[in-house]
Design a protein around this ligand. Sequence first.
Ligand SMILES: Cc1cc2nc3c(=O)[nH]c(=O)nc-3n(C[C@H](O)[C@H](O)[C@H](O)COP(=O)(O)O)c2cc1C
Length: 334
Amino acid sequence: MTAKLFEPYTIKNVTLKNRIVMSPMCMYSAEADGKVNDFHLTHYISRAAGQVGLIMVEASGVTPQGRISENDLGIWSDEQIPGLRKLVDGIKQYGSKTSIQIAHAGRKSKVNGDIIAPSAIPFDEHSKTPKEMTKEEIKETIQAFQDGAKRALQAGFDTIELHAAHGYLINEFLSPLSNKRDDEYGQDQYLFLEEIINAVKEVWDGPLFVRISATDHHKDGLTVEDYIEYSKKMKAQGIDLIDCSTGALVNTSINVYPGYQVPYAEKIRQEADIPTGAVGLITHGIQAEEILQNERADLIFIARELLRDPYWPRTAAKQLGTKIEAPKQYSRGW
Ligand SMILES: Cc1cc2nc3c(=O)[nH]c(=O)nc-3n(C[C@H](O)[C@H](O)[C@H](O)COP(=O)(O)O)c2cc1C
């Protein structure tokens, strides 16, 4: 058997050496300036040495107010570009491609000061009540996503992912549970994301992914059927891949088990006819291979397993009875 997990995958002008993506994970390790530091270099470059095909840098704030915490990475200032470039260059030394998830936390931001959202509804009883965004603030935020994309280009990233999942700002506009506006952004709940995609595409023609929460896990919220329709719109706008996570828009308890979100990636791939990424408790090479061979998704996003094992691609290759190339320094022990 040839392991599909280790076959290259091409999107536009970018070829990944395998189908393994390091899923974005906030490390809450930046100073308030949002700049890359030694921790980030060690953390991400180790996974590149471990032969991950695409390293996706954690949710990075397009504005200071749009950070999840004061320790998030940022992409709101030109001063953040040199650190990001150093990180990109370090990752590329090992043949991995690079991506950055650009994000605005909306009502889930835990930074000091005012926070903003489509409507003045707090995430839960422990959260601050956000300020309902004015039209002006909406335009400024769309501009901030475009500026973030420009900086990602200047830093040399191969791909960008827009964070439209997990109850952060874009997700808040998409769902009727958090968007109660009566203007055009409430009547058409896709409009904010649509305008962000258009603005980003004005400055970025490389691969563009969107991470969604493919269901709100709530009786009055969005379901995968709604996200199939949204995914068709994203495809029409030129989005290259939908990264399919779920939930976290509202507090609900969900049943979590190996591959629990794979059916969403599969359904959206089939019904919206767009490449997808599968994520969530995928930890074994055979499990990843099953998803790919059965054409349930195109890329495999690995999060926590890569915290436990930075060389997970090597582990997965062993599990699949195949060998992958080592970084040259490690070839005697690989
Ligand atoms: C420490 C940590 C930080 C995370 N930060 C992000 C993030 O920045 N953006 C995002 O979309 N998901 C984030 N996630 C979710 C992961 O990308 C992934 O979807 C989730 O952990 C399920 O995959 P896993 O079972 O392989 O860990 C984070 C998860 C963890 C454990």
